[in-house]
Ligand binder design. Structure first.
Ligand SMILES: O=C(O)CCC(=O)C(=O)O
Length: 343
């Protein structure tokens, strides 16, 4: 007699480590420095975002007199359109950002990048110094501190690719796999040879997202296709660090935010940014450094996400193990694992 295999029930008491990442995604994020999420945006969503980028493109080119074939970028993009604002907490991706960074985070930067076809591009070796987009990692002026020879993990960026980048030399970003684990000084060493095997040209379909460590060395391929490349980036860092493309967001924008959105826009839930420890004015503490209850609403949000995830897993387990109780081969259910225990 064959006894059907039954999967072990998720242990309701065993805390699960991630809201959204799988174990192998987490490993790839740590080792390679990036993960790709195909179809992160639906085709409709991509179309709407392209419409927004084109509208901003038009405005920007008129107001700045930018040539039609020049590349351009808009920083603090979230403040330019509600669709761009909504992506700060995009439900498919924010849980992954929280998985890798924790909940005490804010937006460091958000940008729109538009790169039309480069008709007169003169070929150079990819990313070399002096080329149109050399290898670099993201850092403030004077650099991040270097610890044990590498840049500590201080921020993550999410790239949303809106146009087709599946062809070689269509303006896709390239990353050097695992380079966040190398000395950042090597990037400036003309004698340092990047092994071509480590270079990943991110040739992706529209709607793909990339979650990546910005210490990763990156550059761009030239856009030799006949399509304008359009993409968006959202960088997240810690609340106790400074934002990169705003100091404080517009008060009108903050006034219409939910608590989670206010947190992500780098603001406390009230404008009172200082607490006095034990009420003693001799011991002021920034609430970015010492959050008060309610200053990190993303924590409550993450708790809710985790509960939903566990309830989903439990339902899935019950569906998979639907043998009637008492039947030969039916699952052995330990006390406490009774279906319904989490309902
Ligand atoms: O993909 C791009 O256009 C620019 C990416 C980049 O260099 C960055 O986000 O730091």
């Amino acid at each position: 007699m064959t006894i059907p295999a039954v999967q072990a029930a998720p242990d309701p008491f065993e805390p699960e480590p991630y809201l959204a990442l799988t174990e192998s995604q987490r490993q790839q994020f740590d080792e390679d420095g990036f993960i790709l999420i195909e179809d992160a945006l639906s085709p409709d969503h991509v179309d709407r975002l392209i419409g927004v980028v084109e509208e901003l493109n038009e405005k920007h080119r008129k107001s700045h007199g930018t040539a039609p074939d020049a590349a351009y970028q808009i920083r603090n993009a979230l403040a330019h359109h509600d669709e761009l604002f909504a992506l700060i907490e995009y439900p498919k991706i924010l849980p992954m950002v929280v998985d890798v960074m924790g909940v005490n985070i804010q937006i460091r930067t958000s940008h729109v990048d538009v790169r039309p076809p480069m008709k007169d591009h003169e070929e150079t070796e990819l990313g070399v110094s002096g080329s149109f987009f050399p290898w670099h990692s993201d850092a403030p002026n004077y650099g991040y501190p270097i610890t044990n020879g590498v840049v500590p993990f201080l921020e993550v960026k999410v790239g949303y690719y809106l146009t087709d980048l599946t062809e070689h030399n269509s303006g896709a970003i390239c990353v050097v796999r695992g380079s966040h684990l190398r000395s950042p000084e090597l990037i400036h060493d003309p004698d340092y040879h990047i092994d071509p095997e480590d270079i990943v040209e991110v040739n992706v379909r529209p709607g793909t997202a990339m979650v990546w460590r910005t210490a990763l060395w990156h550059c761009l391929t030239p856009n030799l296709s006949d399509r304008t490349r359009k993409c968006l980036y959202y960088g997240y860092n810690y609340r106790w660090a400074r934002p990169g493309d705003y100091d404080r967001q517009d008060p009108e924008l903050l006034a219409r935010c939910t608590p989670v959105q206010r947190q992500l826009l780098g603001s406390n839930t009230t404008e009172d940014g200082v607490v006095y420890q034990d009420g003693d004015p001799a011991h002021p503490a920034s609430r970015y450094w010492r959050p008060e209850p309610g200053d990190v609403p993303l924590e409550t949000w993450a708790e809710g996400q985790m509960k939903k995830k566990r309830a989903r897993e439990w339902r899935r387990w019950k569906r998979r193990n639907r043998l009637p109780f008492g039947a030969v081969g039916s699952p052995v259910v330990a006390e406490g694992d009774q279906p319904g225990a989490l309902e």
